[in-house]
Design a protein around this ligand. Structure first.
Ligand code: M6R
Length: 593
């Protein structure tokens, strides 16, 4: 969950590394550090806090064309200066930045490095010292390979060697690393965003790959030390794709992009009225007697909404699987299971663990991701992309919408149902979301009402309840108000005890069948002091409702009601003065289990 960048070439390494780290801060922002070559020395600057702070404490007076950098989401040890990367080996010959988790680092300390001193609480120092340990009688690349062969866990590593300040070494296993090339040098980073502007082509490293990088060439090796051929692909991402534009926050920009994302998906996945998805994928799903959806967080909640589509439209039962749970507790599988993995980043460690287990058992796997060339893309049998464009705010918004849209199109393709005019219905959804944007002032008023709450509830039934789960996650992660998404009928079986004078309870009422009963459940909480707030659709609305959304096909209402909830969360977070795009304790891409 950290971001790493390295550069070796003829340009200013400091500029490339700092710009890269700023783009990678979404991966973690507890601390940051750089190691820069200054003539024949390596200088390290690092501290707790953001990249901007690192910039302030870094010496900019010398020229440097070679360096490595890191932005950290703390796993082993507190976010402080000592635990920040880069880390030296004991004799200060090697300098390492690391993204990932070494599971057996304590054992390795005892068994291999008993004579070494450790200054930080990190697992990374073990890597630096193992490389030092093995380098006494082998080359640096061999020492790195030897070290990798005894590491258990995940790593993307950049290594500098004081004895050879013309070479950058890299190693990769289970966590992403890309090598970008341009006329002036080589840039290595955890995400292609950091390569933009500094590389014309790039390659995505596979697991257990190692590279020796000079300013004008890359030598790729496998774990046994054999040289490997490789191809670079064009880097298509541009600075425009990742710019914030006139927005104060990426989150609001990404919310506003949602109608466009839907229209883009209609173009990608429909030819006229027909679903344009590989017919083999659709056939495989048709043969399934149960679909297992594996995901985490927002992606899991998008999967939850799709349960409605697959079960109603395709008559295939769906089981939702929290990736971190099924990783070690696989459910009893049906005879013909079909696995769908949903992940915006395509790098979520919990999903990768399950995906690998599925592959070992030869189970059919489909990945739905937003990241071409991600680990999950590479591992799954089939892949469908959500084409939402880079999502940078930690709180996921447009990916959720895009995932649901793609899942609805898959379900239509599987059902081969000509009666549902999904394409037209999705176009109406895009318009209905634009109507929500016209009501931003009303939504701000709702945000003002709940900004000082300690606890809050979203309640609904059926498909509205599914939205409540995602709405609650949005509110809690960026406003820090403890929020639960509850099935409205379930409240009185315990949690209603938490309702106090003024506790906001937001009911989502978009479904004809459950509208009145959800409203009754809301009244039960209001009678106990709750502040009742209603989000409803035009045809079900009552005069006192707070936010009314336009009518769309009933199975697609989550795509509109969630936008109201995303905006509520956004405005509450802004009112509280929180860091909307980088909420505390979180990182965008969760690459550790
Ligand atoms: O990249 P993924 O979709 O696999 O990420 C899964 C979750 O970590 C993610 O959806 C998380 O819950 C969101 N940042 C919440 O807004």
């Amino acid at each position: 969950m950290c971001g790493i960048v390295g550069y070796i070439g003829t340009k200013d390494a400091r500029e490339i590394i700092f710009n890269g780290l700023k783009k990678l801060e979404y991966r973690g922002y507890d601390s940051a550090g750089v190691a820069l070559v200054n003539k024949n020395k390596i200088e390290i600057y690092k501290d707790k806090g953001r990249v901007n702070h690192l910039e302030e404490i870094t010496d900019f007076s010398f020229n440097t064309n070679f360096g490595i950098g890191h932005t950290r989401w703390a796993t082993h040890g507190k976010p402080n200066m000592i635990n920040s990367h880069p880390h030296f080996s004991n004799n200060k010959r090697f300098v390492v930045v690391h993204n990932g988790v070494i599971e057996n680092y304590k054992k390795l300390k005892i068994e291999k490095l008993a004579d070494y001193d450790f200054y930080s609480e990190t697992d990374t120092e073990v890597i630096a010292n193992l490389i030092e340990h093995y380098s006494s009688d082998m080359s640096t690349i061999d020492a790195i390979r030897k070290t990798a062969s005894i590491l258990e866990g995940s790593y993307a590593l950049l290594v500098m060697d004081m004895m050879d300040l013309d070479t950058l070494y890299v190693a990769k296993n289970k966590t992403p690393l890309l090598i970008g090339k341009s006329e002036h040098g080589i840039t290595v980073a955890s995400d292609s965003m950091a390569l933009v502007g500094y590389a014309d082509s790039y390659m995505y490293l596979n697991d257990l790959r190692f590279a020796i990088i000079k300013k004008d060439r890359v030598i790729l090796k496998d774990i046994l030390g054999f040289d490997l051929d490789f191809e670079m692909q064009d880097l298509k991402l541009t600075n425009l794709d990742i710019a914030k534009g006139n927005y104060e926050h990426y989150m609001l920009k990404e919310i506003d992009e949602q109608p466009g994302v839907i229209r883009n998906l209609i173009d990608k996945y429909f030819v006229d009225e027909e679903v344009n998805i590989d017919s083999e994928i659709l056939s495989k799903i048709r043969l399934a007697d149960r679909i297992y959806i594996v995901a985490c967080g927002t992606s899991l909640y998008a999967g939850t909404v799709s349960k409605y589509f697959f079960e109603r439209l395709c008559k295939i039962p769906v089981e939702l699987c929290i990736a971190s749970e099924v990783a070690y507790n696989m459910p009893l599988l049906s005879k013909n299971p079909y696995f769908i993995f949903i992940s915006q980043s395509g790098e979520t460690a919990d999903c990768i663990t399950v995906l690998k287990k599925c592959k070992k058992r030869n189970l059919h796997t489909l990945a739905i991701t937003n990241s071409l060339n991600s680990s999950i893309d590479h591992l799954a049998d089939d892949v469908l992309h959500i084409f939402a464009g880079k999502e940078i705010a930690v709180a996921s918004t447009k990916a959720y919408i895009a995932q649901i849209v793609v899942l609805s199109i898959i379900a239509k393709g599987v059902a081969n149902n000509r009666k549902t005019n999904l394409k037209n219905n999705l176009s109406k959804v895009a318009l209905a979301i634009e109507d929500v944007f016209n009501n931003k002032n009303l939504i701000k008023e709702v945000a003002k009402k709940i900004v000082n709450a300690k606890d809050a509830f979203y309640i609904g039934r059926g498909i509205d309840y599914y939205v409540c789960q995602e709405a609650a996650l949005k509110l809690k992660e960026i406003s820090y108000i403890h929020t639960e998404g509850y099935a409205s009928g379930e409240l009185k079986h315990g949690s209603i005890a938490l309702i106090e004078e003024g506790t906001p309870v937001i009911a989502i009422c978009t479904n004809e069948e459950t509208n009145m009963i959800t409203r009754s459940n809301l009244i039960e909480t209001v009678s106990r002091g709750a502040l009742g707030i209603v989000i409803s659709t035009e045809s079900l609305s009552q005069t006192s409702d707070d936010i009314v959304i336009s009518d769309v096909a009933s199975y697609l209402t989550p795509l509109v009601s969630i936008v109201v909830c995303q905006l509520i969360a956004y405005y509450v977070s802004v009112l509280k003065g929180n860091d909307v795009d980088k909420p505390k304790n979180l990182a965008k891409s969760v690459t550790v289990e």
